[in-house]
Ligand binder design. Structure first.
Ligand SMILES: NC(=O)c1ccc[n+]([C@@H]2O[C@H](COP(=O)([O-])OP(=O)(O)OC[C@H]3O[C@@H](n4cnc5c(N)ncnc54)[C@H](O)[C@@H]3O)[C@@H](O)[C@H]2O)c1
Length: 319
């Protein structure tokens, strides 16, 4: 039986709860949220005790693993304490707001030897798996991404010092996909737009942004993002190689190769797959079940933070 605890019982944790309840031999032992009601609701629905302090929860319920799904500003001490206690970690992205926190957690995870999976969930989509296989041996030259969405009704999302803005909470998924499919990033240059959302209270993030990246392979990549659109989200990633082109979106992978057009649709739920893989890794100790370790996520984080830094300074940033 795997004893699971949860820190942060908000919207994404509800997705993890639902998926985890379908897996065998799991016990939910504790739910912690600084908003007591949220922890109590989760405990009433899924079993286990409710807490507002993760330290007390770790001490009392002694979990084998913990899901950390808190806003970007709240990462750091939670993970370090869990690692110190030998508790395996599933951590939602982004892993932090600043490099110093991310590096401190990385060091704590490395030292402790606990398993750590970071929630870059698109890595678990079967269309991503297929694209990765098909890209093997090919040389991407041009990579283009788009993330266009509306503004979520979450207070911390719209404050730069709490979320890091759209680049940190959403675009980071596309940055991670680019790294996963096309290799590492060498340099980042970015620009941000403001002025369309002035009517929104306590809002100080960029409305839109464009990121240009030089890949270590010599390829070029760009991602345009916006949170001004009044709909739920439209995102894709295009990858062009001399032999073929790939278009990845939420509901399909389209490949043009040898004059043929092929389409693949995901058959598995990526959120289910990432939890299934994490629990399997905890049960068996097999680290190769995890597609995004903390040290890998740290590399994605550095590129993401470099984009924000470049917007601030107006200069390119080497990663
Ligand atoms: N992988 C994905 O597809 C995906 C989707 C949505 C959100 N996320 C990420 O998950 C994280 C959480 O997002 P959300 O939408 O669930 O936010 P949310 O605000 O709905 O939930 C976060 C919860 O954490 C709690 N919290 C804050 N600080 C805490 C602390 N120190 N201890 C205990 N609880 C604390 C809050 O009270 C809140 O209930 C964000 O970083 C977000 O980017 C990932």
């Amino acid at each position: 039986m795997v004893r699971l605890a949860f820190v942060g019982c908000g919207s994404i944790q509800q997705v993890h709860y639902r998926n985890l309840t379908t897996l065998d031999e799991i016990e939910f032992v504790g739910h912690c949220d600084t908003e007591r009601d949220r922890a109590q609701e989760a405990a009433a629905q899924y079993g286990g005790e409710a807490y507002t302090d993760y330290r007390v929860m770790f001490e009392e319920v002694k979990p084998h693993a913990v899901y950390v799904a808190v806003p970007p500003y709240a990462h750091g001490d939670i993970e370090i304490e869990a690692a110190r206690k030998g508790i395996h970690l599933f951590i939602e992205k982004p892993i932090a707001l600043d490099c110093a926190t991310a590096k401190a957690v990385s060091e704590a995870v490395r030292k402790s030897g606990v398993l750590c999976s970071v929630g870059y969930c698109f890595r678990y989509s079967d269309t991503t798996v297929r694209a990765r296989k098909m890209l093997r041996g090919k040389t991407p030259s041009l990579i283009m991404g788009l993330w266009s969405s509306g503004l979520p009704e979450i207070w911390w999302w719209r404050q730069m010092d709490k979320s890091g803005g759209q680049i940190m909470v959403q675009t980071t998924h596309l940055i991670d996909m680019i790294r996963y499919l096309c290799g590492d990033v060498a340099e980042v240059y970015a620009a941000g737009a403001s002025g369309c959302m002035n009517q929104i209270k306590d809002y100080d993030i960029h409305d839109s942004s464009v990121i240009t990246m030089c890949m270590k392979t010599g390829a070029t990549a760009s991602i345009a993002s916006s949170c001004v659109a009044g709909y739920n989200g439209h995102k894709f990633l295009d990858i062009v190689t001399p032999e073929s082109s790939f278009h990845l979106s939420d509901n399909r992978l389209t490949v043009r190769e040898d004059g043929k057009l092929s389409q693949y649709h995901p058959k598995k739920d990526m959120y289910f797959e990432e939890s299934r893989s994490f629990i399997e890794a905890v049960r068996t100790g097999k680290r190769n079940r995890l597609r995004c370790t903390y040290s890998d996520a740290l590399k994605t984080f550095k590129v993401t933070a470099a984009a924000n830094e470049s917007i601030q300074s107006g200069l390119p940033v080497k990663v």
